[in-house]
Design a binder for this molecule. Structure first.
Ligand code: AMP
Length: 506
């Protein structure tokens, strides 16, 4: 096993990487970090989901000191969503090196961005238009840039940013290292690479490793008019969180409408929808406010969601590259996932083309076998429950705040037992985290949990009396936030109840 520390990365950066839960480098990181650290220009062919952001961010952070007045790293990305994602990842990576990051993109007020730049920063992440804008206004200077990153170069070209990219490249000091990443290698991408880099080393992840090992792949022959029934069969198997790909916008709309009518919590994205609506839907899906996302390829490009259990190709894509790209949405971040492709009798020749491209077999299943497939992923289910709990608690808190304002009180009628956990206030744990820990560890559902009180010595949790003893058994002796937890029935003193902050039941 190869570790980050063996790639010549400094200790503080390694510490942050470990805290992010990255135990070993991904293939693209393994290939590109040593090249990057040696100072050579580099062209990386890699898609979202491969860890490419980490690859260039670790290189740039590893090669620059923090605390500079003018930015030493400039990262150019196509969209504001990606700018935010990249910035967040860099903030986590620089937890101990303390590089200051400023994110700049269009459609947002200048004030905050300008304030950040004026205060001095090490890393600027932004979209081409706004970068040039701020440069023209004199807020952004490239004199000190040592690391230039062009991320998702093919997408920036698709979006018509060619002139802006050239302008940025020409403005940044020649004494720089350039790292360019692109999912595809068209002539246009090649030409930008030639203009911006000196003898770049090319690294790429093979098709093989683009398909996460952890995705189990199946296909099923389905007549067009039976597709929706098969989709229902998949949902009936553990209610997985899934992305469903269709080949046309109309198909996306139709499926969305059909499923919504049946009460499925669903979101849809395609190229005709305004960007902000798509982003809102994606945020909702990420936060588990919906179970299913229906999408076209275009809209799903660059989707950074790593808690998907199942990808369904409702329409089989024509080219194998789209196939691998789509199914790569599952099985991310080291978790298992399932991909199921529907093929109509006329489309079944597509399967061998995918197999050949990936060098992997896709297993054929029939409708009866769907219910027997292991689709849902218990680890992800627990995570979803945790996230849904947080969302539910936010809603409850909002309701409770309104109720208090209106002078009502939320009704409470359950028979509750108070459980004590030896987690003191100074452990810095929130109520939400306690609820998540109790649910995840003991398997109780949220409706069995009442109020939570965090005291100086212990934390108190109200639990439906019928479930209390099994919850105590499940929690006692487990580890939470690196401390061993003792769980026991709280001494039944009214005093405790008064200490417990009101948190109405659902
Ligand atoms: P990217 O290809 O940069 O969009 O990264 C895809 C996802 O993988 C992101 O959520 C990263 O946080 C995560 N990731 C990147 N590198 C690693 C790693 N070495 N180990 C585990 N997860 C990683």
């Amino acid at each position: 096993m190869s570790l980050f520390s063996e790639l010549g990365i400094n200790k503080r950066l390694c510490k942050a990487i470990a805290e992010m839960g990255w135990s070993e480098p991904t293939p693209i990181q393994l290939q590109s970090i040593p090249v990057g650290m040696s100072g050579k220009d580099m062209f990386g062919q890699a898609q979202t989901g491969t860890g490419k952001t980490g690859a260039y961010a670790i290189t740039a952070i590893g090669r620059t000191k923090s605390g500079s007045e003018l930015p030493t790293t400039l990262i150019v990305v196509p969209t504001r969503e990606l700018a935010e994602q990249v910035s967040n990842e860099i903030r986590a990576l620089t937890k101990y090196t303390h590089h200051a990051v400023v994110t700049v993109y269009g459609g947002a007020p200048y004030a905050d961005q300008v304030k950040g730049l004026k205060a001095g920063c090490d890393v600027v992440v932004g979209t081409p238009g706004r970068i040039i804008d701020l440069c023209g206004k004199g807020y952004l200077r490239f004199d000190a840039v040592k690391e230039l990153v062009l991320d998702e170069a093919d997408r920036m070209l698709d979006m018509g940013f060619i002139e802006d990219m050239d302008k940025i490249i020409s403005m940044v000091s020649k004494h720089r290292q350039t790292l360019m990443f692109s999912a595809t290698l068209s002539d246009d991408v090649r030409s930008v690479a030639e203009r911006s880099m000196r003898e770049p080393v090319e690294v790429s992840v093979s098709h093989d490793s683009l398909v996460p090992e952890l995705v189990r792949q199946y296909y099923i022959e389905v007549k067009r008019n039976a597709k929706m029934d098969v989709l229902r069969d998949i949902m009936a198997n553990g209610d997985p969180k899934m992305v469903v790909f269709c080949s046309t916008k109309k198909m996306v709309d139709d499926l969305y409408e059909g499923m919504s009518k049946e009460g499925v919590s669903i979101g849809a994205i395609h190229g005709d929808m305004p960007q902000n609506r798509r982003e809102r839907t994606i945020r909702g899906f990420k936060a588990n406010r919906m179970k299913m996302l229906v999408a076209t390829d275009v809209a799903a490009r660059g989707l950074d969601i790593d808690n998907i259990e199942c990808v369904v190709n409702y329409d089989a894509p024509i080219d194998p590259e789209s196939y691998t790209h789509r199914i790569g949405r599952a099985g991310r971040a080291g978790r298992t996932g399932v991909a199921i492709t529907f093929v109509t009798p006329r489309e079944d020749r597509r399967i061998p083309s995918y197999e050949e491209y990936m060098g992997k077999k896709i297993e054929r299943v029939n409708r009866k076998q769907i219910s027997k497939l292991q689709i849902s992923n218990p680890e992800l289910k627990a995570m979803h429950a945790d996230e849904s709990t947080k969302a539910a608690i936010r809603r409850i808190d909002a309701v409770a705040r309104n109720a208090t304002k209106g002078g009502h009180r939320a009704p409470r009628d359950a028979d509750l037992t108070i459980i004590a956990l030896d987690i003191p206030k100074d452990a810095g744990v929130s109520r939400t985290e306690i609820v998540g820990y109790v649910m995840k560890t003991s398997g109780v559902t949220e409706d069995k949990i009442g109020r939570i009180g965090i005291g100086n010595v212990s934390t108190f949790v109200e639990i439906d009396s019928a479930a209390a003893s099994s919850v105590i058994r499940a929690l006692n002796g487990t580890t939470f936030r690196e401390r061993k937890v003792r769980a026991y029935p709280a001494p039944a003193k009214v005093k405790y109840k008064q200490k417990v902050k009101r948190r109405p039941l659902l």
